[in-house]
Design a protein around this ligand. Structure first.
Ligand code: FES
Length: 146
């Protein structure tokens, strides 16, 4: 039987089929998703190790912002700055897709450049990247302000 909602529109009553418990099923699905969610680790400038969830399809920069890790990302991922510079753990560096020429060019302008440096906005998480560890560089250069 339709019932008015908070803005006065009538909505049909929710019918739950016999034998179906949506709350329990939803919780089980959510648990399974969480259980399979890749993780990644940021080593912050003070040496603090921060392990966070790393949803597939998000960039390292986006994950940093979701978890209050101090990476600027001034150009919001458009390869026009190097403020998303991260230093990838050497064990991980060879396992990542190669940097594009544009990424390499932008990295050349980053402070504290290392052999395993990458731009966080260009590293997109896949299931195979579960456990990825990156360190924040000592400093960044924001060319948008220079
Ligand atoms: S956020 Fe500017 S290049 Fe990554």
């Amino acid at each position: 039987m339709p019932r008015p909602n908070s803005i006065g529109l009538e909505t049909p009553a929710l019918e739950i089929p016999a034998g179906k418990d949506y709350i329990t099923d939803f919780a089980a699905d959510a648990w399974e998703l969480t259980d399979r969610m890749p993780k990644m680790v940021f080593i912050e400038r003070d040496g603090n190790r921060k392990e966070v969830e790393a949803p597939v399809g998000l960039s390292v920069l986006e994950i940093a912002h979701r978890n209050e890790v101090d990476i600027e990302g001034a150009c919001e991922g458009s390869l026009a700055c190097s403020t998303c510079h991260v230093i990838v753990d050497p064990d991980w560096h060879e396992r990542l897709p190669e940097a594009s020429e544009d990424e390499e060019d932008m990295l050349d302008l980053a402070f504290d450049l290392q052999r395993t440096s990458r731009l966080g906005c260009q590293l997109i998480i896949t299931e195979e990247m579960d456990g990825l560890t990156v360190r924040l560089p000592g400093d960044t250069r924001n060319m948008l302000l220079e």
